[in-house]
Design a protein around this ligand. Structure first.
Ligand SMILES: [Zn+2]
Length: 453
């Protein structure tokens, strides 16, 4: 005979997914998550089985607000606390969201137990595809999760995707510090020199702190949202250490460490000859440069790539900075792999890929063909007419048997991976310094001091 534990000692696993609480006028889904962390912790009987997760979804979707981020909290709770936890979550979303703002459709999904294979599959698709709220609603119902949506049900897509994306593969951490409400909207008082020092001390264990090409802090956003700054890195300890090195001249209202898919390239997918090439999806293509790079007014650089039996236009936009110089120096015949997103293109026009990075495999020789020079005076010879060799315009020397000279020029670019300046990065783009740091997650709960309050 087995003895059953009284209900109050039974625990259940909960996954709480939240999405789309922010508008362009401010707010931030991660802030709501950070406040919920505090409230759930203070309930007692709630144990976090992971750091709160920030899940970035398909960055090629045009209707996203800032970065298309959803959040998931994963907790183990006493069964009797379920109603209180649900109420607390809904209450926080209702008070913290910009409900009623155009394009803000907050949603929360609460799943008891662990995400099913169907939900995991949904999450994988949400990274690189365009999903409908109908798909989300159906899956929420069939999985027995509870959900709430305000406005349209569009937020359910991200909320459910966050529940299912448990970041078992490569992941990074971000410590986010938040401002007091009364300071939101005013310039952030973060000391730039201290950020550079912190970067020098902790990089590459932290990344995207400072853009040296543009002399710009990357940790602090510029909008009216409550984020004071965020530090990204390889583990919770290093981002906490880095946080203490940053000097600020305004109070930090709260901070929390999140586990994320930032900087992991989780959104990229390789296209093959059988792939359907659709707008707003990622594209990784290996091919041959088949059209010369061409710079247009505004500083954008385009070139044609022949891959999987078709021709694609590849675009490096102005904000990608020096990256465009690499692109502009490609020659016909160079073999490359491009990484980016498929842009919506006009009917009949070739498909355009917005470049996120490029790997150059092979460079053709750049050959220059020239007339020979005069052996007497050194001047470049002129053609003396068809099949009549060359003559010198300066000293009149004739060289009927001379032929053109070919020289191989140095290419200004080499083989290897090129990634734009971090300022132009997408949240999901893996920066150069992360190559070789990829890791898996072995499911241990959040440890040490990872949030305050
Ligand atoms: Zn001469």
């Amino acid at each position: 005979m087995t003895t059953r534990l009284p209900t109050r000692f039974q625990t259940v696993q909960l996954h709480i997914g939240i999405d789309d609480t922010d508008s362009t006028k401010g707010g931030c889904t991660t802030y709501i998550a950070a406040r919920l962390v505090e409230k759930l912790t203070s309930l007692g009987g709630v144990r976090f089985t992971d750091y709160p997760n920030i899940i970035r979804l398909n960055p090629n979707i045009p209707y996203k607000t800032r970065g298309n981020a959803a959040v998931a909290l994963r907790v183990e709770i006493q069964r009797t606390l379920y109603d209180v936890v649900q109420e607390t979550a809904l209450d926080e979303i209702e008070t913290g969201s910009h409900i009623g703002q155009k394009g803000t459709d907050p949603a929360v999904v609460i799943l008891m137990g662990h995400p099913t294979p169907e939900i995991k599959q949904f999450s994988r698709k949400a990274l690189c595809d365009v999903l409908s709220e109908r798909d989300a609603v159906k899956l929420v119902r069939s999985s027995g999760a509870s959900a709430a949506a305000y406005g349209t049900e569009l937020g359910l897509v991200g909320a459910l995707a966050a529940v299912g994306q448990t970041l078992t593969q490569d992941h990074t951490f971000e410590l986010i510090a938040y401002r007091r409400k009364e300071n939101c909207g005013s310039p952030r008082q973060v000391d730039e020199a201290s950020v550079v020092r912190m970067d020098k001390m902790t990089s590459p264990q932290t990344f995207n702190n400072y853009d040296y090409e543009n002399k710009r802090m990357l940790i602090a956003p510029h909008g009216p949202d409550p984020v004071l700054f965020g530090i990204r890195g390889e583990n919770a300890e290093i981002v906490t250490e880095a946080f203490r090195m940053v000097e600020v001249r305004e109070p930090v209202e709260r901070w929390a460490v999140f586990r994320t898919n930032h900087g992991t390239d989780a959104h990229l997918r390789v296209l093959t000859e059988n792939s359907e090439v659709k707008p707003n999806r990622p594209a990784v293509l290996r091919g041959v440069v088949s059209g010369r790079p061409n710079r247009i007014p505004g500083g954008h650089v385009f070139f044609d790539l022949s891959a999987i039996g078709r021709t694609f236009t590849c675009a490096a936009y102005e904000p990608t900075g020096q990256f465009r110089e690499t692109i502009a120096n490609l020659l016909l015949g160079d073999v490359v792999t491009v990484y980016g997103g498929v842009r919506e293109s006009a009917k009949g026009r070739s498909v355009t890929i917005n470049l996120e990075k490029i790997l150059i495999h092979q460079l053709v020789d750049k050959v220059r063909i020239e007339n020979p020079t005069c052996p007497v005076c050194g001047k470049r010879l002129k053609s003396a007419g068809r099949r009549q060799g060359y003559r010198c315009e300066k000293c009149s020397l004739k060289m009927p048997d001379s032929t053109k000279r070919t020289t191989t020029e140095m290419r200004p670019i080499g083989t290897g991976l090129y990634v734009p300046t971090p300022k132009a990065h997408r949240h999901l783009t893996k920066p150069l310094c992360r190559y070789g740091q990829e890791k898996v997650w072995d499911h241990h709960p959040a440890i040490g001091r990872w949030h305050r309050p």
